[in-house]
Design a protein. Structure first.
Length: 255
């Protein structure tokens, strides 16, 4: 049976998806309607890449997905454009400061490396207390959660052994060697995915990518149909299913 924190992660990740200040995070957490199984949660740290919370039994780091779509409702924000430039920078590169073996998605690695100082400060708060650590996120946030797991496995191995990862709609993050390193270093990994979500199958394996390490939780039954029009409709539906609110609703139905 999974720890009770898993039941809370979809709601926490959704509430914290774009919170960049303590005030924003508190406001969004207050809007969570259902009771939290492992709560109450206390905010420890907030920045533009992640929110760190603490329950009585665990530390939870929720990584943000791509930046909010617009600054004013019409024009893409600078953060959005930067995130998407990194999202499509799919070259596989060595990143020895994260993992000495294997190659990682260059754009995701660039984003994660900028967040490392803040992550290290947060992790230092719980380094010696034996508290369980959960890394979570949706889409880009799920990719960053996995890179954080690799960072822990290499640089904080004792802490990695009490760390678990739970992602929603995460893209692939690296090659087979990096996936094996993550599986060997982290206590538990699970990826929730909607049946038609195309993001979970990208970048493609033909570019050298491997399936993400860990278990898979498919939320529903695949219903792919034959034919060009049906394929286009499935892709459109899959992108609609990729939204974090769709994941939250689907996960609450199976909780």
């Amino acid at each position: 049976m999974l720890p009770c924190e898993v039941q809370d992660l979809p709601a926490l990740a959704s509430a914290c998806s774009h919170a960049c200040s303590m005030e924003q995070a508190n406001e969004q957490l207050a809007r969570i309607e259902r009771p939290l199984a492992a709560g109450p949660y206390r905010l420890q740290h907030v920045n533009h890449r992640f929110v760190c919370l603490r329950s009585p039994s665990a530390v939870v780091i929720c990584f943000h997905g791509s930046e909010a779509a617009t600054d004013n409702g019409r024009q893409p924000s600078e953060g959005t454009l930067l995130d998407w430039r990194n999202n499509i920078d799919v070259a596989l590169v060595a990143a020895p400061d994260i993992t000495r073996h294997g190659r990682l998605h260059r754009g995701f690695t660039r984003i994660f490396q900028e967040a490392v100082p803040g992550i290290n400060r947060v992790l230092a708060m719980s380094e010696g207390d034996g508290t369980a650590i959960w890394l979570t996120g949706h889409s880009l946030g799920g990719a960053l959660a996995q890179l954080c797991g690799l960072h822990l496995a290499q640089n904080h191995p004792a802490m990695a052994k009490r760390t678990s990862i739970y992602t929603m709609g995460s893209p692939r993050v690296g090659d087979s060697v990096s996936a094996m390193n993550l599986a060997a270093g982290i206590a538990f990994i699970m990826h929730a995915r909607m049946p038609l979500d195309p993001i979970t199958n990208s970048p493609p394996v033909v570019l050298g990518y491997a399936e993400n390490a860990g278990e898979r939780q498919t939320l529903g039954t695949p219903s792919r149909r034959q034919g060009l029009l049906s394929s286009l409709m499935d892709t459109a539906r899959g992108l609609w299913e990729h939204r974090i609110c769709a994941y939250q609703r689907a996960l609450e139905r199976v909780a």
